[in-house]
Design a protein around this ligand. Structure first.
Ligand SMILES: Cc1ncc(COP(=O)(O)O)c(C=O)c1O
Length: 395
């Protein structure tokens, strides 16, 4: 399979891990060679309920037997999508009442950018340096990393950048700004959490100049930080909320949510302001509905904070300089890029899945399923500490 994978499937790097997967269940992934791996990554924060959660699998099966795709997004009323958007509205502040369902996170970002331009009738978008919002042209235009974006220019226009957690930069947000877009917790940059009421202060500045604030919760969203969305920790509400990844319980989905007044600008003048064939797909919406029900009806969110404490307690070692992030969105910072890579590759040999972050190369991603058990956390952290002890003399 590996040879065919490399030969026929388009690759994203010259050296993919190329693990050959047989099946996955709970916190474990099994290779076709029969090896069992404890998953501390959860498909990069996507498998919030672990692998093949029975409630999600049943919802998929039940819906698959009723109907699959029947019509493009927005024309027919399909009960899984209606129930999902209604339940989401009941869990969000009043001003976030209407949700547009997309096929991926980056497509939800595209929709949010269009919505901001359309509803404010302004064009300038301000993003944060070191942010990651996806890889389509609009999302890529929000990336400040010249090395990554240069080959794809020209990107979309009227984008500028501010530094995250930096109040002095508010002055560049003016009456010309349609929206400021930020990750609530910067992911690729190294799981950087907003400090000193930054988000609250930013929201009031945006209100003053009439700019919208878009928060990308594609990674922290759906319970990973101990609340359904990360912004709930920071005493503010964004104008547009973008979600994805963990929302689908393992299936591809994204969404952006806003007030009815703002969202309704997309349906007129021009009509069909944002359209998609498969957004709101009934099987995927059924999986997302089951995921949202499970996360909000169980103790998983509260437990995420307990599990964070346990990980922080267990991962104490001279080679780990800091653990960043919140809940089960954590990054262990090591002393070099080479060390992080050594740990990630050795962990795979020992049956533990870890992964890199996009920009912060000294970090090790620890984003297990929310359903991970205490025992599994101890097992995984034990493997990391063993590796650190083994390599200590090397670095
Ligand atoms: C914060 C953030 N925004 C956007 C995206 C893009 O989502 P997708 O890969 O579903 O397009 C990601 C994916 O890693 C992400 O972490």
């Amino acid at each position: 399979m590996k040879e065919d994978f490399l030969k026929y499937q388009a690759q994203t790097t010259p050296h993919p891990l190329a693990m050959e997967i047989s099946h996955a269940k709970g916190s474990y992934i099994y290779s076709i060679q029969g090896k069992k791996y404890l998953d501390f990554v959860a498909g990069v924060s996507a498998c919030s309920l672990g692998h093949c959660h029975p409630r999600v699998v049943n919802a998929i099966k039940e819906q698959a037997e009723k109907y699959l795709h029947v019509m493009v997004y927005g024309e027919y009323a399909l009960s899984p999508a209606v129930a999902l958007t209604k339940l989401l509205a009941s869990k969000l502040p009043k001003s976030l009442s209407k949700t547009y369902l997309t096929n991926s996170g980056t497509e939800a970002i595209e929709g949010a950018l269009k919505l901001a331009r359309r509803s404010t009738e302004r064009s300038e978008i301000i993003a944060a340096r070191m942010a990651y919002h996806g890889n389509t042209m609009g999302s890529l235009s929000l990336m400040s990393f010249e090395e990554r974006v240069a080959p794809f220019r020209p990107l979309i226009g009227d984008i500028s950048f501010i530094n995250f957690n930096t109040e002095e930069d508010f002055k560049s947000i003016t009456e010309n700004t349609a929206a400021v877009i930020l990750e609530t917790i910067q992911g690729g940059a190294g799981f950087i959490v907003p400090t000193d009421n930054y988000l609250q202060k930013l929201k009031s500045h945006c209100e003053k100049v009439g700019a919208l604030l878009i928060l990308d919760e594609i990674q922290p969203g759906f319970g990973r930080t101990g609340k359904l969305f990360g912004f709930e920790h920071f005493n503010m509400v964004p104008d547009i909320l973008v979600m994805g990844k963990g929302m689908g319980g393992g299936l591809p989905i994204g969404a952006f949510t806003a007030s009815e007044k703002v969202m309704d600008t997309l349906m007129d003048n021009p009509k069909l302001g944002h359209i998609t064939t498969f957004g709101g797909n009934p099987v995927i919406a059924a999986a997302a509905l089951a995921t949202l029900q499970e996360i909000t009806e169980s103790d998983l969110m509260a437990e995420a904070l307990q599990k964070e404490k346990l990980i922080r307690k267990l991962l104490v070692h001279p080679l780990i300089t800091e653990i960043r992030g919140m809940g089960l969105m954590l990054a262990a910072i090591t002393i070099s890029e080479e060390m992080a890579t050594t740990i990630i590759l050795k962990a795979q040999e020992k049956g533990l899945i870890l992964f890199w972050l996009l920009f912060e190369k000294t970090a090790i991603r620890i984003t297990p399923p929310l359903t991970i058990t205490t025992q599994e956390i101890k097992e995984g952290c034990g493997i990391i500490i063993d590796i650190l002890n083994e390599i200590e003399s090397q670095f």
